[in-house]
Design a binder for this molecule. Structure first.
Ligand code: FAD
Ligand code: NAP
Length: 535
């Protein structure tokens, strides 16, 4: 039956953000309803079940810190947890904190409209629910809406088509099949080595070669885990002050060109051996100085080249059109080595573009590849996609999508002027996708929870970002972004992967620790840049 109740808080999304948000508002004695389009909790880790899916940050770092007992009791089995293990973890959290009773699954929120007279949000769903809420929290995810399929003729294919972001729950057996994979981003780079082990023939269609760093995955190291648990308070504090919210990416003022070539090489070799993102913390200017960046990029290219037997294939795989780290680097297990297999072929679609998918093949300008299955690893309408998919209207019926026509605008990535009592978790304008997301999520949820308490304690009807604060923040986000190399890449950070999307560097690159400090100061100064409205 359709719900017409009133709630203190409506939360959209039951990934890591929505679950923790629910836990926090419940602790304040507030009533809450969570709507989730999927059939279960987990968000990213519920939807992205492709073979090889796993986290790119060490498991203990990519986990909730808010409950000490949870952290001490949970045991990760691998250095980088796999998707099934992450899904098990998030389900454990939902059960442990009895969260499911306030979550409505298989329900998509269609609109959230601010009723100025009532000073409340009206939320409607595809099940006919029409509920009222004082506060609305968008925990809808930065990478939760697959981008539209823009591969010519994709509808013609008569065989199975799999999107990495909507992978079948029962898994897929590719044994004996000829498989085409389109895309070479993180999702492709993780799944290609796994699919290649089953397929009789695999053809990878690459548009942009990507930097990928070795995960050096393995069973969880008992000493590392014990050290983390024994020093968790200190480690967690270090994460919260770190520029990328991870202790693995060290903060340093040492610049790449201030050291000798020999020392630099030694440093890069050490980082490569550690694996994962550690290379990004080697020097303090890798994302601001192109000459410094080139030293790391050259090193990575040299490592990639050494992994591939055929020099022509290696040449195609070397990323040259963007500085290293200006796209989120991929972290892989045996990706480049996969091209040494006899059953794997690489097609550079810049040299030989895809003309059309047909009923049983991928046709390029110069060739035709007969296939039995098609895998699309083509990415997401990132950061703004999930918000723009909902009809969100603030004061005077203003549409968020229209307000954001030329790029997202908000204050601290948290609230939008003209949209009172609506919060965004890890929105554009916050460090978000540049960081270890678990730390960013916890910081936002805790800030939002504190803000809600502040409003209620003052018996105010609401809180809203001022236009001035928003304008200044947007300017600052752009200015900081433009001091870096990030705008040089055609990345989804820039909206460049979605045709027609405004080209704006969306996340905030001022550093997670700096940003967190700013959010704390704003709250301590009575929510500076925000206005309370009377009841
Ligand atoms: P999500 O997990 O995306 O959850 C949002 C939920 O909202 C979804 O379940 C969605 O169904 C629901 N939703 C959206 N709109 C609606 C609506 N209108 N109505 C109802 N429900 C709605 N980050 C890292 O830091 N490290 C990693 O290694 C990493 N790996 C990733 C791997 C993949 C394949 C992807 C796609 C992302 C990865 N990320 C990673 C980013 C990841 O999204 C975050 O780490 C984190 O899981 C986000 O949690 P969330 O709850 O904010 O959003
Ligand atoms: P992505 O990084 O956007 O990669 C999409 C790939 O598809 C790119 O290679 C892109 O090429 C290609 N592509 C898109 N449209 C195409 C077309 N029409 N024809 C040919 N090629 C096309 O998406 P993703 O791999 O899903 O990753 C998105 C983000 O999710 C990552 O950056 C990361 O933050 C997160 N993620 C993390 C992990 C992890 O390691 N834990 C795993 C998966 C995802 P272009 O580059 O030329 O656009």
């Amino acid at each position: 039956m359709a719900d017409t109740s009133s709630y203190d808080v409506v939360i959209i999304g039951a990934g890591f953000s929505g679950l923790y948000m629910l836990h926090k508002v419940r602790a304040q004695g507030l009533t809450a309803r969570v709507y989730e389009a999927g059939e279960g909790v987990g968000g990213t880790w519920y939807w992205n079940r492709y073979p090889g899916a796993r986290v790119d940050i060490e498991s203990q770092e990519y986990s909730y810190s808010f409950d000490e007992k949870l952290e001490l009791e949970w045991e990760w089995s691998e250095r980088y947890a796999s998707q099934p293990e992450l899904l098990k973890y998030v389900n454990h959290v939902a059960d442990r904190f009895d969260l499911r009773r306030d979550i409505q699954f298989k329900t998509k929120v269609l609109s959230t409209i601010f009723d100025e007279a009532a000073k409340r949000w009206t939320v409607t769903t595809d099940h006919g629910d029409k509920v009222s809420a004082k506060f609305c929290v968008m925990a809808t995810g930065c990478l939760s809406v697959p981008k539209d399929v823009d591969v010519p003729g994709a509808d013609n294919f008569k065989g199975p088509v799999y999107r990495t972001s909507r992978w079948p729950h029962e898994g897929v057996d590719f044994t004996g099949m000829r498989v085409a994979v389109i895309g070479t981003g993180s999702s492709a780079i993780q799944s290609i080595p796994q699919i290649a082990k089953q397929a009789s023939q695999m053809t990878v269609f690459q548009r942009t070669p990507n930097f990928s760093l070795p995960a050096n995955n393995g069973p969880a190291n008992k000493d590392v885990v014990a050290d983390w648990k024994a020093n968790r308070a200190e480690r967690r504090e270090a994460q919260r002050n770190a520029p990328f919210a991870s202790v693995m990416i060290k903060e340093t003022d040492v610049t790449a060109l201030s050291v000798s070539e020999e020392d630099r090489r030694k440093m890069y070799e050490q980082c490569w051996d550690i694996g994962g993102f550690s290379l990004l913390g080697a020097y303090g200017d890798l994302i601001t100085d192109i000459a410094a960046n080139d030293t790391a990029a050259d090193f990575a290219r040299e490592k990639i080249r050494a992994l591939i037997k055929d020099p022509k294939v290696a040449d195609k795989l070397l990323p040259r059109n963007h500085p290293i780290a200006t796209k989120r680097p991929c972290v892989d297990i045996g990706y480049f080595e996969t091209y040494n297999r006899d059953n794997v072929e690489l097609v550079d679609v810049n040299e030989d573009p895809i003309v059309s998918i047909t009923a049983d093949s991928v046709k390029t300008r110069n060739a035709e590849y007969k296939i039995d299955a098609l895998v699309l690893a083509i990415g997401f309408d990132a950061m703004t996609g999930a918000l723009n998919a909902i009809d969100i209207r603030g004061r005077g019926g203003m549409s968020l999508k229209e307000k954001w026509h030329d790029g997202p605008r908000n204050y601290l990535g948290l609230m939008v002027a003209g949209f009172p009592n609506m919060f965004i978790v890890t929105g554009p304008g916050s460090p978000s996708v540049l960081t270890n997301m678990m730390v960013s999520i916890e910081q936002h949820v805790e800030w939002i929870s504190g803000c809600i308490a502040h409003v209620n304690e003052r018996q105010a009807s609401g809180i809203e970002a001022t236009e001035t604060a928003e304008d200044e923040w947007v300017l600052h986000v752009n200015e900081v972004g433009n001091t870096t190399l990030y705008p040089l890449a055609n990345s989804w950070y820039m909206g460049a992967n979605v045709p027609g999307k405004p080209r704006v560097f969306m996340p905030y690159i001022g550093g997670f620790g700096v940003y967190r400090q700013k959010c704390n100061e704003v709250a301590a100064n009575g929510y500076e840049g925000f206005e309370l409205s009377s009841a």
